[in-house]
Design a protein around this ligand. Structure first.
Ligand SMILES: C[S@@+](CC[C@H](N)C(=O)[O-])C[C@H]1O[C@@H](n2cnc3c(N)ncnc32)[C@H](O)[C@@H]1O
Length: 374
């Protein structure tokens, strides 16, 4: 099955079986499948054309997510908007603009997809810089594109010009361009030939979780006062825990594992956030199961600090042989649920009216992350 045909099957799988829509793809692959979308994510499609991949993405991310199509051609935007209306897809939006100058703010997108458009750009470095800018730390790309087998001769380039593919990058050039804007875990897989010395490929890469100007360090007693102050600020917000008052350092220290606690520090050593874990049970069988809390100072949220802390905690726990991480989150704390989802956690279920908080019965969503390495 060729990749464009598979894209139509993906459309059908999410209930977009309308024939003209399903056949409207001018892409060369199925970036939505490559991107492995999850509920609640924000997805950006560069060069969205008639909108098929945006509508499939919208279905995949569900009502709590967003799918945004960007295209420079008003006529294509009108077609895409009509398709969204016809299919009753409410969480899809279409923006006019160029993929070299994306009209979205920094770190506002979980996933960038694109289907056979980047190869058309005369300023690919500008496109890759924009992708790195709009992706959140930990975000990823799932792209289908046309690549050249190797640098084309002048004659071959002239022939490819007919299809606007004369500027296609080779695999090595593509990898270098993505690495040059700081993306990691780059994978490029050839899918099928599209012309002489030109082939379609799917591209994956990740924006690493390294908040700018923030260091992740092991928590020590010197951080105690700031850790407890951030904890109290979180409790005061009302959506962090059933607890209402931070305990003494001695009590907190004794109830958290020394090997599984980290702080995020700014350049002068101020604590911006922390993560720490406790065992879920004293029984041997649960020795590899931990429960954690993560808190970010209210003045430093939405900077990728929580994601950086979770990343360090997950890596250290796997190195220590821990196989399951779990936590309980109030359903109202949607930022924490999204943060954990991006770090590979899944919702186990909701424990309805499990406890009282300031005299009100509240639900708790139980989440877990099973290590694929341990
Ligand atoms: C080959 S079609 C692919 C459309 C869509 N991705 C699909 O799979 O059907 C190229 C689309 O990208 C848009 N496009 C091309 N270059 C662009 C650019 N530099 N900025 C924004 N959109 C662009 C065109 O308007 C067109 O709708």
């Amino acid at each position: 099955m060729t990749e464009p045909v598979r894209a139509r099957y993906t459309a059908k799988a999410v209930g977009l079986a309308d024939k003209p829509l399903a056949q409207s793809s001018l892409g060369c692959g199925d970036p939505v499948a490559v991107a492995e979308l999850h509920a609640g994510e924000t997805v950006l499609d560069l060069g969205s054309g008639a909108g098929l991949d945006v509508l499939v993405s919208a279905r995949r991310v569900g009502p709590t997510g967003r799918a945004i199509g960007l295209d420079m051609t008003p006529e294509m935007l009108a077609v895409a908007r009509r398709h969204a209306a016809e299919q009753g897809v409410a969480n899809a939006e279409f923006l006019l603009g160029r993929i070299e100058d994306v009209p979205l703010s920094d770190e506002s997108v979980d996933v960038v997809i694109s289907n056979c458009v980047i190869t058309l750009s005369a300023d690919k470095s500008g496109v890759f810089a924009e992708i790195a800018r709009v992706l959140r730390p930990g975000g990823r790309i799932g792209i289908a594109d046309v690549l050249a087998d190797f640098s084309l001769t002048d004659a071959e380039r002239a022939a490819a010009e007919v299809e606007c593919l004369d500027g296609s990058l080779t695999t090595d050039e593509y990898v270098a361009a993505l690495a040059g804007v700081g993306l990691t875990d780059i994978q490029i897989r050839r899918t099928h030939d599209v012309a002489d010395k030109l082939h379609a490929a799917v591209v994956r890469a990740t924006k690493p979780i390294r908040p700018r100007g923030v260091a992740i360090a092991v928590m020590t007693a010197e951080h105690a006062a700031q850790v407890l102050a951030i904890y109290q600020a979180g409790l005061d917000g009302g959506n962090a825990s059933f607890e209402t008052a931070a305990p003494s350092w001695g009590h907190w220290d004794a109830s958290h594992l020394p090997r599984h606690r980290f702080v995020a520090l700014d350049s002068d050593g101020t604590v911006l956030g922390w993560i720490a874990a406790s065992p879920v049970s004293g029984r041997c069988v649960y020795a590899g199961v931990l429960e954690h809390s993560v808190y970010v100072h209210p003045d430093h949220q939405a900077r990728g600090i929580g994601a950086g802390l979770l990343d360090a905690y997950v890596s250290a726990s796997e190195a220590a042989g821990v196989w399951t991480l779990q936590s309980g989150i109030f359903p109202e704390n949607t930022a924490s649920l999204a943060l954990h989802r991006r770090a590979g956690f899944r919702v186990v279920g909701t424990r309805a009216r499990i406890g009282q908080h300031h005299g009100t019965w509240r639900d708790v969503v139980l989440i877990e992350r099973r290590s694929s390495r341990v």
